[in-house]
Structure formats: structure tokens, C-alpha cells
Design a protein around this ligand. Structure first.
Ligand code: GLC
Length: 468
């Protein structure tokens, strides 16, 4: 165990109490907005008339092997005149989201902020010419929204020396020179343009990544989250330098993607999936997910998840003690796709009625429920269970298996209607009205006496980032 301890790098020797205090807002928030935006939105999944085959549209430069000069030309048309960060933050807030994480710089290296460390940024490289993060930070402050930055610390396809994960040409389009290009990327550690390797990784880290992380942690007020991504070819040395910069925001929360396995950060980040209860139990984790099939905007992607799926995902994730970071990929003009706006609105309507079951809740102590999900709150010695019912029982009898505690009260959260309960051999039976208040998920709030037995209790389970 001691060996493992010495390998783990942590930038602050905080106590468990200090850590819990730093993580509190995040654990209570449960729901945030991820924003993937940049020059790639301009291409929207198409290059030279070819539709990108695989992966998110934010990967178009790599998947389609776009030469640096071509890609940079794209920025000359990036002019988001309809960008209205006040409206973005209001939509997130109305959806019930408590924090926003935006791609300050994604793998294509394009900085959405005014950077002195590289001219490949929105101020120097586009006709728009203004910092996009500054007004967003102001709007977040105005509406009390926590702000976080996604920063691609290792991969950077436009600042020489940055890493490039190797992707085969066939994942982009049927390029007649595929064999040649694949041979080149194999030879050049994933890079496809000679310009990309005119500097070393260390030069990129020292001259671009570290200075830029310092810029985004110094110039935009309180930053609550730093969201690293894809530690391709990361070194301990580079990770230590980047981690050092975090001292500019002592309360900041980071994820587990700076460098694996020895820079574990604060939060686990399952992607596009919801873990089982056992997988991440007792850890701080956050599922990040797209509303359709791409993180960055893509015209042709219409694989939109239904509002029902998104709301039930939120219930499922909260019932397992996790956070939901739901993505929006804005269009090149700065507006959100209508499909995203509609889903945010509907989720917000649900959260206005049922948010109490989600915010500051704990994971369910009960074994999985076939008809829905459960979250719990213990406040001032009182225990409350929130049942989010997806499948409303036709016979009006909802059976809660495994719950033997004495019931103090039961009611529908939507309208306060009191419900009768009956202890049963299997657990508890709750009598319900014929019609569900909400077709997607109706919440029943039940107060019970005493502590609810924990179906998952495993002695000495360790929280992520906690060191023995
Ligand atoms: C994946 C995608 C990347 C995206 C990230 C968000 O790693 O490849 O583009 O930013 O997920 O979690």
C-alpha cells in the first residue's frame, strides 16, 4: 500500500474534512452543462464535401487529417455574432444545472480565450476577435452559476509539439491516399502534418499548455472545475507542472484525466455511460454525455436522446450517487441547436417540480427497483426517501422491496397529495392515484423512522482521492 501511496501525486495535503468542504457544492449540485465549442463547429462534421465517418465532430481535424494550414483557414470564417452567454447561462440555470464546464481549448488547440502563449486563439485568429470566456464568466457570476474549464493538456494538433492520438484514415473518409497517410501517422506518433512535430512535447508543455492553464486560472475570476482530457503521451514531469498551476485556484475540483494512473484528481469521469452501483460506489464520479451522437456541433447528427431518457438518466445517476454533465454543442453562430434548447427547457420543467429529489441527495440504500429509482436525504435526524417512479403501477399499488422501516409520511412531490402506505412482507406498499402526475418520472417523498439498511454497505470503502 505504501508503494502505491508514494506514486500518487496530490498537489495539496488537505485533510478529509477540508476535502469534504471543498467538494460539498459539487456533490450537492448533481447536474451540470458541458459545452463543446470551437472552430470545428464551423465544419460541422464535413471536410471538402466529405462527411466524417467516426467520432465526435470536435475530432474532425484528426479524423479527416486536415492539414494545419487548411484548418487554420477555417478560423477565418469563425464569427459567432449571435453568441449570447447571458442566454446560455440562463438556459442552463432554468434547466436546473448548477455548473458549466466549457472547452477553453479542445484537442485542435484553438483557444476560446485571449492567449499570449499562442496566436491560435479566437482574438488573434478569427474575425470575431474577442475573448469568448470573459463574458461567459461574467454571466456565470451574475447568475450564481459555477464555471469550469475543459483543457486538452496533452493533445494539441495546432501548437507544435502537442500530442496527437493516432486514428486511421478510414475512420474519417475514404481518402485514396489512406495507406500513405496511415503509414505517416504510424511513423510520426499519430501526427499527420510535418508542422505538428517541429517542436518537442516538453516545449509545447512549457511554452503553451502551462502558460495557458495559468491564463484561464488567473483571468476569469473564480474557476470551480478544471476538466483535463485524454492524457496522450503525458509525463509525470508535465503533469506536475500543470498541477502546480492549480494553486491559483485552491478550491478547484479536477477530474481523473490529467495523467493515469498516478494523478487521480477528485472525480471519476465515466463517458457516455452510467456505471453500475458497485463500480464507483463511494467515489465522486460524474457521467458526461452527449444529447445526440457528438460533443461538437454536427449538422447531420439527429440521434437526439429523448427528454424521457435524459431525465431518467439524471434520476439513475443521482440514485447511484453521481453527477450528470450533459453536453451542448453550439452552432458556429453562437446559438444552441433547437433540439438542445427544447430538451433543456423540458428537463427544467421537471426539475422545478422534482429537483428536491436530486440536489444534495445521497445514493439509494435499496437494491435496484424495477419501476424507478430512489435517492435519500438524512436531515436533522430525519430520513427521507425519494422514489422517482418511471413505470406507474396499473393496480395503483407500488411495492418498495426491502424497505422495512416504519413510515412517518408519504406524499406526491408534484402536488403534496398524501399517500397511504402498508407494511408488506416484501417491503412497503404505497397506494397511488390512478394517473401518474408525470409520465416520465413521478416523485414520491416518504419519511421513515430510523436508518435505512444499506443494501450495498461494504466496510472501509475509500472515497476517490482520499489517501489512507
Ligand atoms: C471524448 C471525446 C472528446 C470529448 C470527451 C468528453 O474523449 O473524444 O472529444 O471532449 O470525450 O468527455
Amino acid at each position: 500500500m505504501l508503494f502505491l501511496f508514494s506514486l500518487q501525486f496530490s498537489y495539496s495535503q488537505e485533510t478529509l474534512a477540508q476535502r469534504n468542504e471543498r467538494m460539498e457544492w459539487w456533490r450537492e449540485a448533481r447536474f451540470g452543462m458541458f459545452i463543446h465549442w470551437g472552430v470545428y463547429a464551423q465544419m460541422a462534421g464535413v471536410y471538402n464535401g466529405h462527411e466524417q465517418k467516426r467520432g465526435g465532430a470536435e475530432w474532425i481535424m484528426n479524423r479527416m487529417k486536415v492539414p494545419v494550414a487548411d484548418y487554420r483557414k477555417m478560423a477565418k470564417d469563425f464569427n459567432p455574432v449571435n453568441y449570447n452567454p447571458d442566454e446560455w447561462v440562463r438556459m442552463a440555470k432554468d434547466a436546473g444545472m448548477k455548473y458549466i464546464v466549457i472547452t477553453a481549448k479542445h484537442h485542435d488547440g484553438f483557444a476560446l480565450f485571449d492567449s499570449k502563449a499562442s496566436d491560435w486563439n479566437v482574438v488573434d485568429a478569427t474575425p470575431y476577435g474577442k475573448d469568448l470566456l470573459k463574458p461567459l464568466a461574467e454571466a456565470c457570476k451574475k447568475y450564481g452559476m459555477k464555471l469550469g474549464f475543459y483543457y486538452s493538456q496533452a493533445q494539441d494538433w495546432n501548437n507544435p509539439g502537442g500530442s496527437a492520438a493516432r486514428k486511421e484514415m478510414r475512420e474519417g473518409w475514404a481518402n485514396p491516399d489512406s495507406a500513405l497517410i496511415d503509414a505517416y501517422t504510424k511513423e510520426h506518433n499519430g501526427h499527420w502534418d510535418p508542422w505538428q512535430t517541429t517542436k518537442t512535447f516538453d516545449q509545447y508543455i512549457n511554452e503553451v499548455a502551462v502558460p495557458q492553464v495559468k491564463e484561464i486560472l488567473s483571468n476569469y475570476g473564480d474557476i470551480s472545475v478544471l476538466w483535463w482530457d485524454t492524457p496522450t503521451n503525458m509525463t509525470d514531469d508535465a503533469a506536475l507542472k500543470l498541477q502546480e498551476a492549480l494553486k491559483l485556484q485552491p478550491k478547484i475540483i479536477t477530474n481523473d484525466r490529467l495523467k493515469r494512473p498516478n494523478f487521480s484528481g477528485d472525480t471519476k469521469t465515466p463517458e457516455q455511460k452510467i456505471p453500475t452501483q458497485a463500480e464507483l460506489d463511494g467515489m465522486d464520479w460524474e457521467t458526461c454525455m452527449t444529447m445526440n451522437g457528438t460533443w461538437g456541433f454536427r449538422t447531420s447528427d439527429d440521434k437526439w436522446k429523448s427528454t424521457e431518457t435524459l431525465i431518467r438518466n439524471l434520476c439513475d445517476i443521482a440514485s447511484k450517487g453521481g453527477n450528470y454533465l450533459l453536453n451542448v454543442g453550439p452552432k458556429p453562430d453562437g446559438t444552441f441547436p433547437q433540439e438542445s434548447i427544447d430538451r433543456l427547457k423540458s428537463i427544467g420543467d421537471w426539475m422545478k417540480v422534482n429537483g428536491e429529489a436530486i440536489y444534495a441527495s445521497e445514493r439509494s440504500p435499496l437494491a435496484p427497483l424495477s419501476w424507478g429509482r430512489c435517492t435519500m436525504k438524512v436531515e436533522k435526524g430525519k430520513t427521507f426517501l425519494y422514489f422517482s417512479v418511471f413505470e406507474w403501477p396499473a393496480d395503483g399499488k407500488l411495492v418498495v422491496s426491502g424497505l422495512s422501516n416504519k413510515v412517518v409520511s408519504a406524499k406526491l412531490l408534484a402536488n403534496g397529495v398524501k399517500l397511504r402506505t402498508l407494511p408488506a412482507t416484501a417491503g412497503l406498499t404505497i397506494s397511488l392515484p390512478a394517473k401518474a402526475p408525470d409520465a416520465i418520472a413521478s416523485v414520491i417523498k416518504v419519511e421513515v423512522k430510523g436508518v435505512v439498511a444499506d443494501a450495498y454497505a461494504t466496510k472501509g470503502k475509500m472515497k476517490s482521492g482520499e489517501l489512507d
